[in-house]
Design a protein around this ligand. Structure first.
Ligand code: UDP
Ligand code: GLC
Ligand code: MN
Length: 336
């Protein structure tokens, strides 16, 4: 099965953490396929090293951005323009068939049977089920298809500003042409469906094979206390998907954090990955102000919300507000 692979994408360290957990979950469920991570040049060396330990191949790719603020604003996700980078997965022609999985997905059991499906197989999007969700899909790498997809982007753009709009435009007969290309929802169980259709979730959720933490708030946006196993975050979301979130955090803290710490070694804690973030609260008002030497930061302090967003995007200010000393003193307040 060396010519088939699971592929994911991380343009920065935030999503790289998701990719690590996804990769680990695929390994834990004994996949017989290769694992490939496409990453942006912004991913830190520490994260790259850990990704290389989990994935068979880690490939740096150019970040493609739709720059389509109008459509992205309609989804309230200005950050998703860079999902055009996903289209690079069609260039992986060393493989005959692949399954793409968003970095915010988690595998709950072996899903190698997905390789029995053909391009383009995907599950319905919970928001508009005549569109497929592009968080999990089966495809055949091909430079020809890649070229056509880029051409499609140039000529038609994307109706949502991200890859899902382009892919649904390109594979436009998905809804009607071939039912075997409709993956069951359990291969891409969007966590939002849990609260939009709770009875169905209660009935069928136990069969879930892949959970997708779709939406703005990602597992790494929450706070986790490994001792009490408590997750805190935005109340309605945390309450609606506690088991899956706990699965994610348990894997992250038990398998990924030790690797990040090992990789980090004794070097001074500068930029890079978020080794210590598993118990770090996102509400940065509570983190003591840093004795910050950067004039830019002194002149234009970021709001709490802006700092939270930057943290979630993997752009923590490790030399300033988010320095290890500050994080440690925050942890100390918890321990007390
Ligand atoms: N992604 C990325 N960097 C970004 C945004 C997205 O690498 O800044 C990748 C990542 O693999 C992510 C996927 O693109 O899982 C789709 O984005 P996201 O999962 O946030 O979209 P959603 O599923 O929430 O609509
Ligand atoms: C979606 C998909 C995601 C995709 C994004 C942008 O909601 O879950 O995979 O990248 O839309 O099109
Ligand atoms: Mn996603």
């Amino acid at each position: 099965m060396a010519d088939q692979a699971f592929v994911t994408l991380a343009t920065h360290d935030g999503y790289a953490r998701g990719a690590m957990v996804l990769g680990k979950s695929l390994r834990n469920h004994h996949t017989s396929r290769k694992l490939v991570a496409l990453i942006g040049p912004q991913v830190s060396d520490t994260c790259q090293s850990v990704l290389k330990r989990i994935f068979d191949e880690v490939k740096v790719v150019d970040v493609l951005d739709s720059g389509d603020a109008t459509h992205l604003d309609m989804m309230k996700r200005p950050d998703l323009g860079v999902t055009f980078t996903k289209l690079h997965c069609w260039t992986l022609t060393q493989f005959s068939k692949c399954v793409f999985m968003d970095a915010d997905t988690l595998v709950l059991s072996n899903v190698d049977e997905l390789f029995e499906r053909e391009e383009l197989s995907a599950a319905p999007d919970p928001g508009w089920p005549d569109c497929f969700n592009s968080g999990v899909f089966v495809f055949r790498p091909s430079l020809e298809t890649h070229g056509k997809l880029l051409q499609h982007c140039t000529e038609h753009g994307s109706f949502d500003g991200g890859d899902q709009g382009v892919l649904n435009g390109f594979f436009s007969d998905w809804a009607t042409a071939d039912i075997s290309k409709h993956l069951p929802f359990i291969y891409n169980l969007s966590s939002i469906a849990i609260y939009t259709y709770l009875p169905a979730f209660k009935q069928f959720g136990g069969n879930a094979k892949v959970v997708h933490f779709l939406g703005k708030t990602k597992p790494w946006s929450y706070t986790f206390d490994p001792k009490s196993k408590r997750i805190t975050g935005e109340a309605h979301e945390a309450a609606s998907q506690p088991t899956f979130l706990l699965d994610w955090w348990t894997l992250y803290s038990s398998a990924v954090v030790p690797m990040l710490q090992e990789q980090h070694g004794d070097q001074p804690f500068q930029s890079g990955c978020v080794e210590y973030c598993d118990t770090v609260p996102i509400e940065s008002e509570e983190i003591p102000e840093a004795s910050c030497s950067s004039p830019a930061q002194v002149e234009t302090p970021l709001s709490s919300e802006q700092r939270k967003q930057k943290w979630e995007q993997g752009q923590a200010d490790y030399m300033g507000t988010d320095s290890f000393d500050n994080i440690k003193s925050k942890l100390d307040t918890f321990l007390k």
